[in-house]
Each structure stands twice: as structure tokens, then as C-alpha cells.
Design a protein around this ligand. Structure first.
Ligand SMILES: Nc1ncnc2c1ncn2[C@@H]1O[C@H](COP(=O)(O)OP(=O)(O)OP(=O)(O)O)[C@@H](O)[C@H]1O
Ligand SMILES: [Mg+2]
Length: 410
């Protein structure tokens, strides 16, 4: 776990603990009202939610008022909701960003207080399991990251953090990469064109010494062109505004075309390329993205598998889950490297990868495509035996068809 995640969890733990006590205290006050000091009314207590005794109530009340004062000035928003999602308490940031007032709106349903469908869905648990990034309902220029936690089965803690600046920086970085790769494309294409012309075999007037240098420069411009293409593709994929409408993809057709490209790429290395396709199901995915995913994984399989090795491209659907996988009998990847290989520019063995022309951006592209098409990437590998890269798609992305009753071809 990273230090940042640890601190976030620690913070959530402390706030949740304090908030739980505060919530209990507030609801205990709401249920019972201020108790006369000499009653000690233990008959009010329910077995699963014991009330506070008088001494405890006063002492806990003081501690919690202090806690409430401190928490109210945190730069993050915190709101406590009861099990019916009614507001119990919110700090001043929560009041500002969500547009309510604890004193006026305590016990009102949070979904009615907050005019945002996304937030309503989020707190009712529909669709967003972990966190939600959205505009502040009361200050639409602010972007918030929301977390929603249930604790003690009785109450909920809604936390929000202002991530407007983080998002602005992300967008500056994305624009910079997109603009830089766009600007580099033309000059590099011109260099590439001239070097291509000069490296033609029949061209005379160039000494053999220079021929070698030109060949080398030509090879490097091909590499730079590829890096530029990959970087601009990555910035497009990273941009949430880039559309990627799903289409119905006939997997038989798609995998056949990938397989014939793979044979061409393998060339004299004569890999055995096999396909296994469950043709009764189509995939709902963005065509150009899924094609790029397949071509990246297949080209890796070819690059990292010795000549005459076996590569299998497979599409299967079981229990409503679709799996698109590329298996090879290549060099494999050490277990400790697997979590890092989808990082940009990460190569297990940069010398070998450079020899194959690799830049280390292919799997970063795959990672983004998988996320953008609601899938999960699974990687299994045994060094010296081979690897399997699978994109696992949920049922919402699978569509039965009536084109064929064939199960498999290969
Ligand atoms: N099928 C595979 N078998 C073994 N190692 C692999 C396989 N696929 C990827 N790798 C390792 O993961 C690294 C990252 O792969 P990635 O596709 O991102 O970059 P690359 O292939 O080096 O370059 P490119 O950007 O041209 O694809 C590779 O350098 C390689 O070390
Ligand atoms: Mg690659």
C-alpha cells in the first residue's frame, strides 16, 4: 500500500471513529432528548444500540463537541447520514459544497437536499462501487472526489475532497503530450521521407560509409514516429472527452484479420498462430480500440516468443463473462515485474525490447483500452514457458447473435 493510500485510510479511520461516536451522540440526543440527571434510564436502551449513561453523555458530549469543532474546519467535506440516508451532521465544507445547513436540514433525506442525480445514485449504492468524481452541486466549478462508507451497519460517512487542481494539472499534462506529439509529427515525417529516399539501394553518389549511417538514422526515425503515434494515442485514450461508442463486433471476422496480420508480422520466424472463437457471441466494444488492443497484445506475443513458438488468440463466453485472450509459449515474465508492465515506457529488459523496436507504451495503451471498454486485464505468466494476457468483459458487453451455431474454429 502506498504512503498516500495509507494516510487516506488512516484519516478515514479516525474520522469514521469520531463520526460514529458523534452520530451516536447526536441520534441519542434526538431520540431521548436531554435526560434528567438522576434517572439513569437504562430501560430506554436497545440491546444492539446501547444508549449513553448520564455521566458518559456529558463527558462524551464535551469530547465530541470538540471533535465536531475540529472536523468542521477540515479542508475536506464530511457528512454523516443515518441508515435511511437522512442527514445527521455535516461539517462546514460539506455545507458549502453540497448546499445544505446542518441546523436547518438535519433529519432531511440527503438525496432531496442534494440536487445531483449522480450523487443521489452514488449514495444509494447504484453503479459506483469505489469513488465518484463529480462537480460540486453548489459550486459547479469545483470537481470533487466522493467516498461513501458504511460503518456499524447503522450510519454512513460521506467524504469529499476538492480535486479541481489535480484535474487541471492532469489536463495540462495531457494537452502538453497531445500538442508535443502533434507538433513533432510533421518534422519527423519529413526527416523520415528524406532518409527513406536516401536509403534506397539503387541511389548512387552516397559513399558506403554514409549509407550505413543513413540506414541507422532511418531506423531511428521509424522508432520516433512510432513513439509519437503511441503518445498521441495514449493522450486520446486518457481524455474522458474522447468518444468511444461501442459497436457490435463480429469476433470471427475481427480475430481472422488479426491472425492474418500476425502471420505477416511473424514472417520467417514461422510462429504457429491459432484461433479459437466462440462465434455465437459478439463483443460490444469500440472497434478501433479493440483492434489496437489485439494488435498490441499479438505483436508482443510474436516479439517475445522464439521462432516457431505457438500463439493462440481466443474469444470465449462463459457464465455471461467474455474473455478475449492471447496466449504464447514465449519467454514469459517474472512475477514481480507483472504489476509494472502496464506503466508507460516500462520494459522488463530494455536492451532486448529496444532490439525488437519496442518503446514500452503498448501495454499502457492496452490498459487504457481495457478500462474504457469496461473490461479488466488479467496477466498470467511463467518465465521460460509463456504468457496469457486476457481482457475480461462483463455481461453488459456481450451480445448473443444468430449468425452461426459453430462453436469453435481454429
Ligand atoms: N507476451 C509477452 N511475453 C513476455 N514479455 C512481455 C510480453 N508482453 C509484454 N512483455 C514485457 O512487457 C514490456 C512492456 O510491453 P509493452 O508492449 O508495453 O512495450 P514494448 O513491447 O517493449 O514496446 P511497444 O510500445 O512497442 O509495444 C515489454 O518490454 C516486455 O518486457
Ligand atoms: Mg509491445
Amino acid at each position: 500500500m502506498s504512503t498516500e493510500s495509507f494516510l487516506v485510510f488512516l484519516g478515514i479511520g479516525i474520522v469514521a471513529g469520531g463520526a460514529y461516536l458523534l452520530g451516536r451522540y447526536r441520534s441519542s440526543q434526538a431520540q431521548h432528548g436531554p435526560r434528567p440527571s438522576n434517572t439513569g434510564s437504562s430501560q430506554d436502551e436497545t440491546p444492539d444500540e446501547p444508549g449513553l449513561t448520564d455521566g458518559e453523555s456529558t463527558e462524551t458530549g464535551d469530547v465530541l463537541e470538540d471533535f465536531s469543532d475540529s472536523v468542521s474546519w477540515l479542508p475536506d467535506a464530511i457528512a454523516i447520514l443515518d441508515h435511511d440516508l437522512n442527514l445527521i451532521w455535516g461539517n462546514s465544507m460539506a455545507e458549502t459544497w453540497f448546499g445544505f445547513s446542518t441546523s436547518e436540514h438535519a433529519h432531511s433525506h440527503f438525496g432531496e437536499l442534494v440536487k445531483s442525480e449522480e450523487i443521489k445514485q452514488f449514495i444509494s449504492g447504484k453503479g459506483y462501487p469505489e469513488s465518484l468524481e463529480c462537480a460540486s452541486p453548489n459550486h459547479p466549478d469545483l470537481i470533487l472526489r466522493l467516498r461513501f462508507l458504511q460503518y456499524k451497519n447503522r450510519q454512513y460517512l460521506l467524504m469529499a475532497r476538492d480535486i479541481t487542481q489535480v484535474k487541471a494539472l492532469e489536463s495540462i499534462r495531457r494537452d502538453f503530450i497531445a500538442n508535443a506529439s502533434h507538433e513533432l509529427r510533421t518534422p519527423v515525417s519529413i526527416l523520415y521521407g528524406y532518409l527513406e529516399m536516401m536509403s534506397e539501394k539503387k541511389r548512387s553518389g552516397i559513399s558506403s560509409e554514409w549509407k550505413q549511417a543513413i540506414k541507422h538514422m532511418h531506423k531511428q526515425t521509424v522508432r520516433i514516429k512510432q513513439i509519437i503515434e503511441d503518445m498521441s494515442m495514449l493522450s486520446r485514450l486518457e481524455n474522458p472527452d474522447t468518444p468511444n461508442p461501442p459497436e457490435t463486433l463480429d469476433m470471427v471476422e475481427l480475430i481472422e484479420s488479426v491472425s492474418s496480420n500476425a502471420k505477416a508480422l511473424s514472417g520467417k520466424r514461422s510462429h504457429s498462430i491459432n484461433t479459437k472463437v466462440n462465434s455465437r457471441y459478439d463483443l460490444l466494444g469500440n472497434r478501433s480500440e479493440i483492434e489496437s488492443l489485439l494488435s498490441n497484445l499479438v505483436s508482443n506475443a510474436i516479439h517475445y516468443t522464439p521462432a516457431e513458438g505457438k500463439i493462440t488468440i481466443k474469444w470465449d463466453v462463459k457464465s455471461s463473462v467474455g474473455t478475449l485472450s492471447i496466449a504464447d509459449t514465449g519467454i514469459g515474465i517474472e512475477k514481480q515485474e507483472i504489476p509494472r508492465i502496464t506503466e508507460r515506457f516500462y520494459r522488463v529488459d530494455s536492451t532486448r525490447s529496444r532490439n525488437t523496436g519496442g518503446t514500452g507504451l503498448g501495454l499502457a495503451i492496452v490498459h487504457h483500452i481495457v478500462n474504457r471498454n469496461d473490461a479488466k486485464l488479467r496477466i498470467k505468466s511463467i518465465p521460460g514457458k509463456g504468457s496469457v494476457f486476457s481482457a475480461v468483459f462483463p455481461s453488459s458487453r456481450i451480445q448473443p447473435n444468430d449468425r452461426s451455431t459453430d462453436l469453435l474454429f481454429g
